[in-house]
Design a protein around this ligand. Structure first.
Ligand code: LLP
Length: 447
């Protein structure tokens, strides 16, 4: 992680706090967020897009995709850095509202929002609801009518473009659950415009996640602006939301496109495609999650056991050193779920020992419970060593589980040499308290 530095003594520090001080105070495993780094990334994304799109006469709204990581503090950091917040469920909505975020600065997503979620969002006055289906157009219109408001909406479009990291696959109609096909857009927009309780803001498209190449976005923008020409015959289309998905570096093989360059290329594409289709340049919205919070986080673990496992290779047998830590797929499911790669370092000390090839394993009873598939650590790595795994700020805590009755670790934020808990960790007592076989009074709680 760009934010963690080695102090002169060889120990990893986050914002001036040594890793060992963090685990001594808050325990291990531990999620650590560098507040200044998260804020700087949020501000940099917003500024680069605002600058690039101002050059073509468009404004930009940046939504932080809360699914990547959401807590009240992080919501407030984003708000203070000028980002709106995208929520994808009633729970995320409740958190953002409780954190004091102005409802007008929230957007609601989801392919199957419940009637209750829609009702709460409309009643709260969320800035926009992203409509995902014909059924939902009617549901949101009804909710708005009941509450006596006009709800702003976007329509999510399945452009047929799905950016898979380095390459994109552009089929006529992609086989996935989100949005409505391009060919149905005009009909749905006509329906939205006919409903007095809805105000049409524009189209939305999200083509994927962990994307390095701009070409998938460019393809989607071309397809969307071609539809704008048709839609403009029936009324205004003030904006275009091109989603999130900007990639980050997890290991040294990930080559990240600087966000300024990404923004410029996207602005060029919007200007070019608008001109080609004879439409005005729309205002733009984006929804990054990972690129804002991912690199600002790291996870600290403590090494428990180490074993050398002999493995067969094409050149004969070799040794793979399995270093097991005190967490795993319950605090970071991404390697097991997506084959995601991470990098690790000894955090608590310096070492001049020769590097050895290691695999960092978790403590769960599954062989797929791996935190880092392959990286190098000094050969003197030993039980009790602290390890840092970089870039765990996005989709780790938010996807965490209690598998094997492990507790979710706390999340601490570090700023200016001081650390504080922003989400407390669970205790075993928390886990046992909700079991009605142990505690009959727990029944009905949370229902
Ligand atoms: N907007 C929409 C509609 C989305 O579905 C997503 C992510 C985002 C924005 C934010 O994407 P980001 O900028 O964070 O890539 N759990 C997976 C990623 C799932 C992304 C789901 N949607 C992972 O850990 O890689």
């Amino acid at each position: 992680s760009a934010n963690a530095r080695r102090a002169s003594g060889g120990e990893l520090e986050v914002a001036g706090v040594p890793a060992s001080a963090l685990t001594a105070e808050f325990g291990s495993p531990l999620y650590v967020l560098d507040e200044a780094d998260a804020r700087a990334r949020a501000a940099r994304i917003r500024t680069s897009f605002e600058t690039a799109f101002a050059a073509i006469g468009a404004t930009v709204t940046v939504y932080y995709a809360g699914k990547a990581f959401l807590s009240a503090e992080v919501a407030r950091w984003m708000d203070e850095e000028g980002l709106a917040i995208d929520v994808a469920s009633g729970g995320e909505l409740a958190l953002a509202l409780a954190a004091g975020i102005a409802p007008s600065r929230l957007g609601l997503h989801g392919n199957n929002k419940s009637l209750d979620e829609l009702d709460r969002a409309v009643a709260a006055g969320v800035g926009a609801v992203v409509l995902d289906s014909a059924i939902e157009i009617e549901r949101v219109a009804d909710a708005a009518r009941r509450h006596g408001v006009v709800q702003r909406v976007r329509l999510r479009v399945n452009t047929g473009v799905h950016a898979h990291t380095h390459e994109y696959l552009a089929t006529a109609r992609e086989d996935q659950k989100f949005g409505v096909p391009l060919g149905e857009v005009a009909g749905h927009v006509a329906r939205i415009r006919s409903l007095e309780s809805l105000e049409f803001l524009g189209l939305h498209s999200h083509i994927g996640s962990q994307i390095f190449d701009v070409s998938g976005f460019v393809e989607a923008i071309g397809r969307l602006l071609a539809v704008h020409a048709m839609l403009l015959e029936g009324g205004p289309v003030p904006e275009l939301n091109i989603g999130g998905g900007f990639g980050i570096a997890y290991t040294s093989v990930d080559r990240v496109t600087p966000i300024e360059l990404m923004a410029e290329q996207l602005a060029e594409a919007v200007a070019r495609e608008a001109e080609r289709n004879g439409v005005a340049v729309p205002n733009i919205a984006i929804e990054p999650g990972r690129a804002v919070i991912g690199p600002a986080g790291l996870t600290l673990y403590t090494v428990g056991t180490i074993k050398d496992v002999e493995v067969a290779t094409a050149f004969g047998s070799a040794v793979r050193r399995y270093v097991s830590v005190d967490g795993g797929m319950s605090d970071n499911v991404r390697p097991a779920l997506y084959g995601a790669d991470y990098s690790t370092r000894i955090a608590g000390r310096a070492s001049d020992a020769e590097p050895v090839l290691v695999r960092i394993a978790g403590k769960h009873c599954e062989s797929g419970d791996i935190v880092v598939h392959a990286d190098y650590l000094p050969g003197d790595v030993a039980p009790g060593d602290l390890l840092a795994v970089a870039a765990t700020g996005a989709y780790c805590w938010s996807l965490a589980s209690n598998y094997n009755y492990l507790v979710r670790p706390p999340v601490v934020a570090v700023a200016n040499g001081a650390a504080r808990v922003i989400v407390r960790g669970e205790t075993e007592a928390d886990l046992l308290a909700r079991d009605t076989g142990l505690n009959p009074t727990a029944s009905g709680e949370g229902a």
